[in-house]
Structure formats: C-alpha cells, structure tokens
Design a protein around this ligand. Structure first.
Ligand SMILES: [Zn+2]
Length: 116
C-alpha cells in the first residue's frame, strides 16, 4: 500500500488515499464516460480529506446512492463516495486527480457500467 495525495485543479480540495492502485476502472456509464474518470474504490477508512470540505458542492443522479462532490471553484470532481453493495462506506478516487500524473502509470480496466 502506498499513500498518494491528490485533489482538485485549484488545490482548494486536497486529500490523501492509501491504495495499491490495482483494479482501477474506466467505466462507460453516462457520467463516468463524460468526465473521463479512472476510478479506484477504497474503503472510506483509507481516504482522508485534508482540506476543502467547505468548497464542495455535490451532484447526484440515478438512484442517488453515490455522492459526486466537485469543487465549486474549479469544477473538478476528484473523488466520490457512497455505500458499497455490502453496506460498507466506500470512496472512489479519481486517479486522474492524483499528484504527479500517477494515472499515466496505471492500467485501467474497462468496466461496463452503462449496462450494469
Ligand atoms: Zn478546485
């Protein structure tokens, strides 16, 4: 496990996440596809928001089970959170928002969220 830092474009929102960055997904649902997300799901205990909670506005769609917070200033959604199928709290980190272009070294698996 490695600790990565990331956040939004204007740096108002910053977080830390502990992950091995395996099983990163690129989902084709209407929302992920449009935003070009590469997502890594982690237990919420492995995610820590360092700053910017007051800068976040939240978008929800579909069944409203996932919260999509984005920075009110720059508009970037650098993470999402919700409840996993087993009821546990999960965070989904947008790998593209980790510092130093970590995403370039990560292979994302295509995930068919459109039909899920
Ligand atoms: Zn921002």
């Amino acid at each position: 496990m490695t600790t990565y830092q990331g956040g939004c474009h204007c740096k108002a929102v910053r977080y830390e996440v502990e992950s091995d960055l395996t099983q990163v997904i690129a989902c084709n649902c209407s929302h992920c596809g449009m935003k070009g997300f590469m997502l890594k799901f982690v237990p919420s205990d492995n995610f820590k928001l360092l700053q910017g909670e007051d800068q976040l506005s939240t978008y929800q769609f579909n069944k409203h089970v996932i919260n999509h917070p984005f920075c009110k200033n720059c508009g970037v959604e650098s993470f999402a959170f919700g409840t996993g199928p087993d009821g546990s709290n999960m965070h989904a980190v947008n790998i593209r928002c980790l510092d130093d272009n970590v995403w370039e070294k990560v292979d994302a698996m295509k995930y068919n969220g459109k039909d899920a």
